[in-house]
Design a protein around this ligand. Structure first.
Ligand SMILES: NC(=O)c1ccc[n+]([C@@H]2O[C@H](COP(=O)([O-])OP(=O)(O)OC[C@H]3O[C@@H](n4cnc5c(N)ncnc54)[C@H](O)[C@@H]3O)[C@@H](O)[C@H]2O)c1
Length: 346
């Protein structure tokens, strides 16, 4: 009979809810929910039939029945909760991004290795059928090569103000960009060669953000050229006015023979394919929960079959690329990625 793993979910916000439901859909038992906001934890526990709630994650993770700790907390807490959980001998599934910097990432990885536990990273959007289809279109030469992969995300300032804090979730280039950077790497099957980005803080005068000491860059255009010759472009803003009506544009891949458009990594039901003067709809399977899919793969890895969909390697690669983007914005220069990556990894 299939083993039901026992999971402690830490954080009961948007991702906490997705994790509780995803673990349950995958057939495992969420034994507790933890949040400093205990009313929030209580309400999610009631909705999902979870028996125990905690305010202090340190108390939750040391319970003897807990086998996996699922971390759904603000970015600054990914490292301490991962390290404490590893030291308590628990496997860890942590939300993206991996960490704020490579020092934190190294400390997390060292504690996981020392404890002999496994670590999975929540980049579930990369499991979308749209990403697989994009990879296939590029790999088989259907669009020709090289391709330009343009991604777009435009929104008013985020209701979770910590998203705008340079010392919190560090803005969209860190918090949201990771989904696109990992997608480009998957689709191009190549490594970055050169990074050029320009960015700004469009919402710097907004009173809602006045309490934040150091604002993160909220708007940017990022261009990453890969060794394959393919190029990823990310245009992003979280700095638009209240109730702004112009939404994000569909993502597009353009090559010499044609193009494809859609929400590639958003679990889409279809993509549109444009070859010559023809348009074709490509229907895709929509997963009921991409979180369930990533937990299935993680549990298979725990049971000795395969690897988690993403772990430290993917998390660190995405982090180094994010840092190269920040460096290009800061210096106004293109960043030579291979040498930047070598220097960063020390
Ligand atoms: N994979 C994805 O698609 C995706 C989407 C959104 C967010 N995320 C990531 O998930 C993480 C959480 O984001 P969210 O949107 O759920 O945030 P959220 O603000 O909705 O939830 C975070 C929760 O953590 C709680 N919390 C804060 N400090 C705590 C502490 N010390 N101990 C216990 N609880 C504490 C807060 O009270 C809050 O309820 C972030 O890293 C974010 O980047 C991932």
């Amino acid at each position: 009979m299939k083993k039901r793993w026992k999971v402690a979910v830490i954080g009961s916000g948007d991702m906490g809810k997705q994790h509780v439901k995803g673990w349950q859909l995958a057939g495992h038992e969420v034994v507790s929910i933890t949040d400093v906001d205990t009313a929030r934890a209580e309400s999610l526990a009631q909705e999902t039939g979870v028996a125990a709630i905690y305010a202090d994650y340190k108390e939750a993770i040391v319970q003897p029945d807990v086998e996996i700790v699922s971390v759904c907390l603000p970015l600054a807490l990914h490292a301490p909760v991962t390290i404490d959980s590893a030291e308590a001998g628990k496997h860890i599934f942590c939300e993206k991004p991996l960490a704020r910097n490579l020092e934190e990432a190294a400390a997390m990885e060292a504690s996981v290795r020392k404890a002999g536990v496994r670590f999975g990273l929540g980049l579930q959007r990369n499991l979308s059928q749209g990403v697989l289809k994009a990879k296939e279109l590029v790999e088989t030469g259907k669009l020709g090569r090289p391709v330009f992969f343009e991604c777009d995300a435009v929104a008013e300032i985020r209701p979770k103000r910590i998203m705008h804090d340079a010392n919190g979730n560090m803005g969209p280039l860190m918090d949201l960009g990771c989904h696109y950077y990992i997608m480009w790497q998957t689709v191009f099957q190549s490594r970055p060669k050169s990074v050029y980005a320009r960015g700004n803080i469009l919402a710097k005068d907004r009173p809602e953000l006045a309490h934040i000491e150091e604002l993160a860059i909220d708007s940017a255009v990022v261009t990453v050229e890969y060794e394959s010759g393919d190029v990823g472009v990310f245009t992003v803003s979280w700095g638009m006015p209240p109730r702004f009506k112009l939404g994000s544009r569909e993502d597009r891949i353009l090559g010499p023979k044609g193009g494809a458009a859609g929400g590639f990594n958003s679990n889409p039901s279809k993509l549109s394919l444009y070859i010559g003067d023809e348009i074709e709809e490509l229907p895709l399977y929509v997963y009921p929960s991409l979180h369930k899919e990533q937990f299935d793969l993680f549990v298979q890895a725990l049971e000795g079959q395969g690897e988690p969909a993403a772990s430290f390697q993917a998390g660190k690669e995405v982090l180094v690329l994010t840092q190269a983007i920040f460096k290009s914005i800061e210096t106004g220069e293109a960043v030579d990625y291979p040498s930047f990556s070598r220097e960063s990894s020390g």
